[in-house]
Design a protein around this ligand. Structure first.
Ligand code: FAD
Length: 436
């Protein structure tokens, strides 16, 4: 007879502590089989040395080791289509319930719907919980029930709701002895899933008191390593967002806290308006006649536009998988406005390169930069890529680090003239937006 178990399915919550669905599973009566599925549908789109895949792989191996050493247990790792993996699990075990945490992206929502149906055909429950955010879906909406599309009132309502929230942690780490006692669960190496070790590593996060307390004075300067680097850790759930919010509050730093709220703002936007993953939130902006200039796009991607701060950002991204937020805003504006290239091209390039890539934040911020999204900067506000240096890198420390050749003869001439590009942008935007 097959063994009776509950399953805990790890996805974007790769940690053992303060994990809601894991906590719920461990507090149910049956032993818990923890699993992770490398989804072949997602993996086949990624470069073979993708740093995010290496990171996930290493994190899972680390979890396996902890579970084996301390709890005489392990974590089962599979590769394939989730439906196929579940069919096999249904054959091998008598499963009562599958526990997991919500994943809000359009592909994940659809996948979960299919898995739930499959499980229900076999009389297995599918229970999913809110874990990735403090407030989700339509928990923070206007008084008339409509979603917020402007950040500041959303943020105020978020904080108001937080005051009355019964904010608790879920100490899953204290119940791990309820995991299945089996140290021989299936494992996979990187090569088993068709990948190789990446040369890039995902930075560890720093949320110490001094960083949080100095955050607003230092966060805007790309040469200072003064932001938390939480992005990929929130993305893959190697850190609990609840613990981070608690930390921001205990250090009484409103600005840092508000950055975490930006993340939730864009997540609820994507949930309410899933079409914005492809289309502009403001439909008029999809009338813009973008230039499809492959050469200019290539120069931007490679950091060879002749504008040193833009090039420094792109070279930092290509070399490390990270770019400072200030510079992200500038390079995005430069692509959409100076080069008049569709924000979707830039969004896709960031999606491939950023270690902290997150659909909701990436799409939301790209549309913000192009003027086409929620709460976006007005289209006629165009960053000047030269005066931005004065404001944010006046001693050229960041530029010299990433573009050491910028004062040499070999450094490219600007691919567009700032004034002419600005005029062109205003004309093209105006004529698209004024069309009836
Ligand atoms: P910190 O400054 O330490 O902030 C802490 C956390 O707050 C971040 O990790 C992030 O979760 C959240 N946060 C901060 N700023 C924003 C913001 N503007 N929007 C949403 N969340 C925010 N962030 C992503 O997480 N994934 C993306 O794919 C992404 N793409 C972007 C694309 C563009 C064009 C721009 C302008 C910004 C993008 N951002 C994205 C937002 C921001 O640049 C990064 O979150 C931040 O730079 C990550 O560094 P950090 O973790 O050190 O941030």
């Amino acid at each position: 007879m097959s063994k009776a178990v509950n399953i805990f399915w790890f996805r974007r919550d790769l940690r053992l502590d303060d994990n809601i669905a894991l906590y719920k599973a461990l507090n149910d009566e049956l032993p818990v089989l923890p699993i992770f599925i490398f989804d072949s549908e997602i993996l086949h789109k990624l470069p073979k040395d993708d740093a995010r895949v290496t990171f996930i792989h290493n994190t899972l191996q680390n979890i396996r080791q902890i579970l084996r050493k301390k709890y005489n247990s392990s974590l089962a790792i599979y590769f394939g289509k989730p439906e196929t993996v579940y069919r096999k699990l249904i054959d091998d075990y008598a499963i009562k319930t599958v526990y997991t945490n919500h994943d809000y992206e359009p592909y994940a929502t659809e996948r979960d719907h299919r898995i739930k149906q499959l499980l229900e055909q076999h009389h297995i429950h599918f229970k999913s919980y809110k874990d990735q955010v403090v407030f989700e879906k339509n928990e923070i909406v206007k008084n008339d029930g409509n979603p917020y599309v402007v950040y500041t009132p959303y943020m105020r309502k978020w904080k108001e709701a937080f005051k009355t929230l019964d904010f608790e942690l879920f100490p899953s780490e204290n119940h791990l002895n309820k995991l299945i006692k089996d140290t021989l669960l299936p494992n996979l190496s990187l090569s088993d899933i068709g990948f190789e070790q990446s040369d890039q590593t995902i930075a560890t996060y720093k949320v110490n008191s001094s960083l949080i307390q100095n955050y607003e004075t230092t966060r805007n300067f790309p040469s200072k390593d003064a932001t938390s680097r939480l992005g990929p850790h929130l993305r893959f759930g190697t850190v609990s967002v609840r613990k981070m919010v608690k930390k921001a509050i205990s250090e009484t730093n409103e600005v840092f806290w508000q950055e975490l709220i930006w993340r939730e703002f864009f997540m609820q936007i994507l949930w309410h308006f899933p079409h914005t993953s492809k289309d502009s939130f403001k439909p008029k902006y999809d009338r813009i006649l973008w230039r499809t200039n492959e050469n200019d796009f290539k120069a931007w991607c490679e950091g060879k536009t002749g504008y040193p701060l833009v090039d420094a950002g792109m070279r930092q991204l290509n070399a490390t998988g990270f770019m400072h937020n200030r510079v992200r805003m500038l390079v995005a504006s430069f692509l959409c406005k100076h080069l008049l290239i569709d924000w979707r091209w830039g969004e896709a390039y960031f999606a491939e390169k950023l270690h902290d890539y997150e659909m909701a934040s990436n799409v939301g911020n790209w549309q913000w930069a192009s003027g086409s999204g929620v709460d976006a900067a007005p289209y006629f506000r165009i960053f000047n890529p030269t005066t931005q240096i004065q404001k944010f890198d006046k001693d050229l420390v960041y530029i010299k680090k990433w573009v050491p050749d910028f004062q040499e003869l070999t450094y490219p001439q600007p691919i567009v003239d700032h004034k002419a590009a600005r005029e062109r942008c205003l004309n093209v935007y105006k004529s698209a937006l004024n069309k009836v």
